[in-house]
Design a protein around this ligand. Structure first.
Ligand code: ADP
Ligand code: MG
Length: 398
């Protein structure tokens, strides 16, 4: 372990009352925008009452969960049987996070406790202004180490796992808001992943105001026309004194993974924003480029998406949320490009003469699925439940 990391861990153990007696910190495994995460050993592990070893033998043929030897059976305060892991991830949430935010993350994690594909919360502690969450440690592979070499069957397994997790979260009416490779811990060997980091998650319907994307297309056209003519007067162009109220919407997330409706400040965002982000991961894998979108801000992000889809579709997308998009950027074409073409370019393959695609049937199916995840219109975009029965992800019965 790096001496500086050691020092940081020692300082943390000293400053947090009771921590030293419970955990031995092994290493620092994550340092995000909102927290530092340590791998630790639960020092009370040997004291848990258990008959786990016996059970492990009995269920040896059916047991599929990772590293059973590292878990012990124990009974929690509600009298329920749980498996206690020996190794845990201790998430030290930065003291600058607002109490409301921390509470939100812990509450949502608690709500999602029973979902298999999500990393459950074991417990949480507070010492003065410092809050820590304790989760089972989940062994995983760094995305950068495997995404370039994934074969289609592996891609399917990865996304089956991710969409199972999303299905569980979305069924509860929760938006994760920060789907990206570092928040989906995937074990390449075990072909299993868990979703982590509910720091930006929210319940559907929190802080929402009606957005045009939820109304009938006829209503939308009329409202949009009225608001635009009111702002611009009879002549077109950028309004000089725009009297319309400025729009406020939740834009939390990570650049490059934000759905178009987030960029256009849709005030009624849904779980579909997570599907877009999952689509960006798939685009990354198929194009072998990470990060695929590399914008510094929301306007640049719009330009990137507009370049891909063409200005015509992007304008429609803006209108869907009551916004108007104007562009004089010459590199943004009217029509844009197909996802298939983008993947071929980025993997330096070219369509053969005669038009036959160099992509094989499986890859073409992946592209078809990706097009459903990256629909600009959230109403048309595939849901997690639909994704799991899509031809690409469906498990074929023998
Ligand atoms: P942040 O809000 O700071 O992004 P995360 O919850 O995403 O915090 O955790 C940051 C990193 O810590 C993750 O990307 C991952 O590498 C590591 N990590 C988090 N939870 C676990 C866990 N349960 N097991 C193993 N590693 C974890
Ligand atoms: Mg994170």
């Amino acid at each position: 372990v790096d001496p500086a990391v050691r020092e940081d861990m020692d300082k943390f153990l000293e400053s947090f009352k009771g921590m030293k007696e419970r955990f031995r910190l092994i290493n620092r495994i994550g340092e995000g925008t909102f927290s530092t995460v340590y791998k630790a050993e639960d020092l009370n592990y040997d004291h848990y009452h258990n008959d786990w070893d016996l059970e492990e033998k009995e269920n040896a043929s059916t047991w599929k969960s990772p590293t059973p030897k590292r878990f012990k059976q124990c009974v929690d305060q509600h009298g329920e049987t749980k498996r206690k892991p020996k190794y845990v991830a201790i998430k030290k949430i930065y003291v600058t996070s607002s109490p409301a935010r921390i509470l939100n993350e812990l509450e949502l994690l608690h709500d999602l406790e029973r979902c298999n594909s999500l990393c459950p919360l074991i417990t949480a502690f507070r010492n003065t202004d410092q809050v820590v969450a304790v989760l089972p440690y989940f062994r995983h592979t760094d995305f950068r180490d495997y995404f370039r070499n994934m074969l289609i069957p592996e891609v399917k397994t990865y996304f089956r796992s991710l969409f199972t997790a999303l299905g569980a979260v979305h069924d509860k009416g929760i938006l994760h808001r920060d789907i990206k490779p570092t928040n989906f811990l995937y074990d390449v060997e075990k072909e299993r992943g868990v979703l982590v980091d509910f720091g930006l998650a929210e319940r559907e319907g929190t802080d929402t105001k009606p957005c045009l994307c939820h109304s009938h297309p006829d209503v939308r056209r009329k409202r949009l026309y009225n608001s635009v003519t009111a702002a611009m007067g009879p002549s077109s162009g950028y309004p000089k004194s725009d009297s319309r109220p400025s729009r406020r919407a939740n834009r939390a997330g990570t650049r490059g993974f934000r759905a178009p409706e987030v960029l256009f400040k849709c005030t009624e965002q849904t779980t579909k924003i997570d599907i877009w982000s999952a689509g960006v991961i798939l685009l990354t894998i198929l194009s072998r480029r990470f990060p695929f979108f590399n914008s510094a801000d929301d306007v640049e992000a719009m330009i990137e998406i507009a370049t891909m889809y063409g200005v015509k579709k992007m304008k429609q997308c803006a209108q869907l949320h009551g916004a108007v998009l104007e562009s004089t950027i010459p590199t943004i074409g009217q029509q844009g490009f197909t996802i298939e073409k983008i993947i071929l370019w980025s993997t330096m393959r070219n369509a053969e003469d005669g038009g036959a695609s160099p992509l094989n049937t499986d890859e073409l199916l992946a592209v078809k699925f990706l097009e459903r995840c990256l629909e600009l219109d959230p109403n048309k975009r595939i849901s997690a439940r639909e994704a799991l029965v899509h031809e690409f992800l469906r498990v074929e019965e023998e």
